[in-house]
Design a protein around this ligand. Sequence first.
Ligand SMILES: NC(=O)c1ccc[n+]([C@@H]2O[C@H](COP(=O)([O-])OP(=O)(O)OC[C@H]3O[C@@H](n4cnc5c(N)ncnc54)[C@H](OP(=O)(O)O)[C@@H]3O)[C@@H](O)[C@H]2O)c1
Length: 299
Amino acid sequence: MKKVLLTGSNGLLGQALEQLFQKRYQVLSTGIEDAAEVKTSENSYQILDITDLTKCKDVINEFKPDVIVNAASFTNVDECENKKEQCWQINVKAVENLANLARRHDIHLIHYSTDYVFDGANGPYQEADRPQPLGYYGKSKLASENVLRQIGCPFSIIRTCVLYGTGIAVKKNFFLWVLENLQKEKPISVVTDQFNNPTLAEDLATGSLLIIEKAAVGLYHLAGEEYLNRFEFASMIAKIFDLPADRIKAIKSSQLKQSAPRPLLGGLKIDQAKEKLGYHPRTVSESLSYLKRKITNHE
Ligand SMILES: NC(=O)c1ccc[n+]([C@@H]2O[C@H](COP(=O)([O-])OP(=O)(O)OC[C@H]3O[C@@H](n4cnc5c(N)ncnc54)[C@H](OP(=O)(O)O)[C@@H]3O)[C@@H](O)[C@H]2O)c1
């Protein structure tokens, strides 16, 4: 049985990965919190801050993973503009350390990046398109990709976009923000000029499993397939969850005053992943219906 070291296991993607991987692999889940949010009989959990090189070395020497899946990241796009040093340490320096350890022990390192490495002038983008990030988050993620290429360990870079879903104590993603506000009958303002393809966390986990199983090294775009703007996505959430869509007000990005500039025509083309990996994500409507069942079952 393959041994998988998972970092950031309490995040949205981390929880989806952990739940899927437990069925197939010996998983060591790690995160910066004191305990695992997902508690099952199978999982073992250790505290691991990926910026702590000594601890990373110790955990790898002791667990001897075949694969490291790095789902840990500084993901708050606006905060990255104000906390550049912290962002760089987590999103770049720690990845460099993991990549050096992966090369030394010949471990397959799987790392996540974003469509924010592109400027959004003419997305959706394919793997061969030239990145040109607008904000510091995108710059740090592109730098992390370059670190992996330079160090030359066995690596897979998975770019994804607008990750959404539910989990235990996860940060508010766009889906949860829309849902919670509409359920409280609060009006929300949502942009019509930011386009990308929303990605269900469980689908990204399935794509990551395909990458491991096929030992697919290199760069892959794994995302949902439908290209939507945020207003359209919010309207679909309202429809599937039977909530009032008339509380969603359409606005432009220029009215939002976000600290980090956003790619407008962002998003990713997933043809390569479909062809080479057999990756077939759910439609947005199927994903939202799945989440509705998941939330209802938990309540
Ligand atoms: N979310 C999106 O829309 C999106 C889009 C494109 C790409 N991605 C990429 O997809 C990946 C997963 O994202 P996600 O949405 O699952 O993010 P998330 O929910 O924010 O999860 C990231 C996890 O990493 C943890 N973490 C932060 N610093 C750490 C450190 N030094 N050591 C160990 N763990 C640390 C976080 O803990 P705390 O919560 O305690 O900080 C959190 O549990 C990331 O690489 C992200 O860049 C996400």
